[in-house]
Design a binder for this molecule. Structure first.
Ligand SMILES: NC(=O)c1ccc[n+]([C@@H]2O[C@H](COP(=O)([O-])OP(=O)(O)OC[C@H]3O[C@@H](n4cnc5c(N)ncnc54)[C@H](OP(=O)(O)O)[C@@H]3O)[C@@H](O)[C@H]2O)c1
Length: 438
């Protein structure tokens, strides 16, 4: 491309879009509206050449001439004038095929697609490296929160020990309603649906699939090994009850759907599950649809990144930030750091992951119950940090918090408690996070 003084290029950098929905539409609008600022910041004008959509009949957030739209996404990735392809359609196929074709055709790619990056990220980045182009994916985790580039670049000099986060806004909204208004899960889910915070099928949010994909990406970037979504242990929030939340409050905790990944002895333990977290922890105060990622570095200590984890504006802003980064590389040369590793992570087997639990048991109201229960915990080497007896008669319960032990020890303990005559039911078991080194 021809260069021009301090602005670097005297011809515009052309962007093609795959998708113009919530995210693509906002990103395209931001490029159009912020054009002079982007030119100042990147050293080149950035223009939108072509946008692929499914329907040409819909109104779009960005106003462009009719000929800027096509229903053939392969037209975008094959257009010789396009330098950067923004993939904002989602799903695995045809997004994967389209991105690989774009890379093969020498185009840089910016994507918001966590599903794709958490399963095929390494392949995409390797293909991009062979072709000498960038694949950037800041928008895939945490919406508008800058987190991928800060970990890859600003924290490159540190060793990260643990990353904990609230990375799904829908479940955080539901748990906030349950916590602050005493609503049950179904009622709070209904509110989230009415406000348009859920997908048509809320399973990916509620059951933790969405958070697991983001956890895989974060773990890969933080620990320089390849973690894929299937490596992440996952449990959703559907079993969290209003009683669990009020019990958590009495003990000084909030319940959040937490993404936790940590490294020990060279192996990665990555998981997503509801967890009790002390109200004094910064993550406990992340409310509504907000997201936050809490990073613990050996040198930098504790860092928290907070903001809107979804929505057109925030996610579009992250996409345009990546487009600007690519534009700077086009102007001044070089490429981005893609996936900072190649090697598959060694994953800590689930049974070996160290955890603490809050457990509520419905028990018979008779002498000897506590010692029988304590005996089961002791048998499997799980020590009890606190225990409370509540209620009487049919409503007698025991609420316990354990000290750190493995998932394996805890799960054997729970199995045997189920079989104990004096235990009518294991009503709740929720992991406790953020209170002690494991
Ligand atoms: N929404 C968020 O807040 C958010 C946040 C972070 C990341 N993301 C990710 O961003 C991506 C896009 O999400 P979104 O919420 O923007 O989705 P969306 O609103 O459903 O938009 C998808 C867009 O892709 C187009 N499209 C889908 N399949 C196509 C095909 N085969 N050919 C041509 N166009 C096609 C659709 O066209 P029509 O408009 O004609 O239907 C639509 O414009 C996903 O990977 C998602 O995980 C979303």
């Amino acid at each position: 491309m021809a260069r021009n003084g301090r602005y670097g290029l005297n011809e515009a950098i052309q962007v093609g879009f795959l998708g113009c929905g919530v995210v693509g539409g906002a990103a395209a609008r931001i490029i159009a509206e912020h054009s002079p600022d982007l030119e100042e910041r990147c050293g080149a004008r950035i223009e939108i050449k072509l946008i692929a959509v499914r329907s040409l009949a819909k109104d779009r957030e960005v106003s462009l001439p009719d000929q800027s739209f096509t229903t053939d996404p392969f037209e975008v990735v094959s257009d010789p004038d396009i330098h950067i392809v923004v993939e904002a359609m989602g799903g695995i196929e045809p997004a994967l095929d389209l991105i690989l074709t774009a890379i093969k055709n020498g185009k840089h790619v910016v994507t918001a697609n966590k599903e794709l990056m958490s399963t095929m990220g390494r392949d995409l980045v390797e293909a991009a490296e062979s072709a000498g182009v960038d694949v950037l994916f800041e928008a895939a985790v945490g919406g508008g929160i800058p987190i991928i580039r800060p970990i890859k670049e600003s924290l490159a000099g540190d060793r990260i020990r643990r990353v904990m986060g609230i990375v799904n806004g829908t479940t955080n909204y539901i748990l906030t309603r349950m916590s602050e208004r005493g609503e049950g899960f179904a009622e709070a889910l209904g509110e989230a649906e009415a406000l348009g915070y859920t997908e048509l099928d809320p399973t990916a949010d509620i059951e933790g699939f969405d958070a697991a994909q983001k956890t895989a990406i974060l773990s890969s970037i933080a620990f320089n090994v390849l973690v894929v979504a299937g490596d992440v242990q996952r449990e959703g929030i559907a079993r969290v009850t209003a009683q669990d939340i009020s019990a958590a409050h009495e003990l000084g905790y909030e319940i959040k759907l937490l993404s936790v990944s940590e490294v020990a002895d060279g192996a990665i333990a990555a998981r997503v599950h509801p967890a009790m977290i002390p109200r004094t922890h910064p993550l406990a105060n992340v409310r509504d649809v907000f997201n936050a990622v809490f990073v613990e570095g050996e040198e930098s200590g504790e860092l928290m990144f907070f903001g809107r984890g979804a929505g057109g504006g925030p996610t579009g802003s992250a996409i345009v930030g990546d487009v600007a980064e690519v534009a700077r590389h086009i102007v001044s040369g070089g490429t981005s750091i893609g996936w900072t590793h190649r090697v598959r992570a060694r994953i800590t087997p689930l049974d070996n992951v160290r955890v603490r639990y809050y457990v509520v048991l419905s028990v018979l109201d008779e002498p000897g119950v506590l010692s029988a229960v304590a005996g089961v915990f002791a048998h499997y080497g799980v020590s009890i940090a606190s225990v409370r007896q509540e209620g009487s008669g049919d409503g007698a319960t025991l609420a316990l918090i354990t000290h750190a032990g493995t998932e394996g020890q805890h799960s054997k303990t729970f199995q045997e408690l189920h079989a104990l005559d004096v235990v009518k039911a294991v009503d709740s078991r929720i992991r406790v996070v953020g209170t002690e080194e494991l």
